[in-house]
Design a binder for this molecule. Structure first.
Ligand SMILES: [Zn+2]
Length: 299
């Protein structure tokens, strides 16, 4: 499922290509991709004649912004993808085109979605603000500090991995980048979010931002389904340290990467590099015992 970097890669292209373009005609072929209006025809009618002011992103959502702050919210979920051109894109790669938007420059924006778990929502300015406002901070926002992360994690007794996936706490992170960020910060994914020390939160804050930025520079991660506009795939899959690498050697210590299931989702981690706290405490306690025993022996 596309996370912040993948959605941002799509947004950049759409914003560059679609700014100031007017939608001449819209064809919505499947009712189930219309998430909040009574009919596909209703959505098409509202879109026709609208000029696109910008394409923005909030968390994993795309927002086509029109006159008066109205927004077409788009969620790609598992298999949503866009193609843009004067002709219908290749039928092998785009077999499930469910919406077409004809533009005033002769091109058409195609939306293809095999599983149709995502879709579109037509929102008035205030409605979109409410949707965006319910999400947590943007992790790549310059104003997002380690202190912000600390305060959002302090309020959660959930495992830190699950807290990172909670879009109300922090927006845009999913299964891939949560696992990768925790590995880089050497934090066990099952640790309670509230139990992280200040140093650990600072490390996690750094890791989250670094891994998202690096993924963005690699145009995202393509494992199965993700494609940027016109079928471009990402390259970050080559750099994943833990995600999808169950049984493979850890790039840091050489031990085997493990997979566990948390809240129904896979988590990948290195049991050597990401030691749970109670084991850390046990190791520290036994080291202390050894020291005091050595001291009593007069060494
Ligand atoms: Zn390791």
């Amino acid at each position: 499922m596309p996370e912040l970097p993948e959605v941002e890669v799509v947004r950049e292209t759409l914003d560059r290509e679609l700014r100031q373009r007017t939608i001449r005609r819209a064809r919505i072929r499947r009712r189930d991709i219309v998430l909040n209006l009574s009919s596909a025809r209703d959505l098409a009618r509202r879109l026709e004649g609208q000029r696109i002011h910008a394409v923005e992103r909030r968390g994993k959502n795309l927002a086509f912004r029109f006159e008066g702050g109205r927004v077409l919210q788009s969620q790609l979920r598992m298999t949503g993808r866009f193609a843009l051109g004067r002709e219908r894109p290749d039928r092998v790669r785009y077999r499930h085109i469910v919406a077409e938007f004809d533009l005033d420059d002769g091109r058409t924006l195609y939306y293809d979605d095999m599983r149709r778990l995502g879709g579109f929502r037509w929102l008035e300015k205030e409605e979109w603000e409410a949707v965006a406002g319910a999400l947590g901070p943007e992790p790549l926002d310059r104003r997002f500090t380690a202190r912000d992360l600390a305060s959002t994690l302090a309020g959660s007794r959930a495992p830190v991995k699950n807290a990172l996936l909670d879009q109300r706490r922090i927006a845009g992170i999913g299964n891939i980048y949560a696992s990768e960020a925790l590995f880089r910060a050497r934090i066990h994914p099952a640790r309670s979010a509230a139990s992280l020390t200040g140093t650990e939160v600072a490390a996690l804050h750094r890791s989250v931002r670094r891994v998202l930025r690096e993924a963005l520079r690699s145009a995202g991660t393509t494992l199965r389904d993700f494609r940027a506009v016109n079928g471009r795939s990402g390259r970050f899959q080559q750099r994943l340290a833990v995600y999808g690498r169950q049984g493979a050697p850890c790039r840091r210590c050489g031990g085997a990467i493990e997979r566990i299931v948390q809240a129904g989702r896979s988590t990948f981690f290195c049991p050597t590099c990401q030691v749970p706290t109670h084991e850390k405490r046990r190791a520290a306690a036994s080291a202390a015992r050894r020291r005091s025993r050595d001291a009593s022996r007069g060494r």
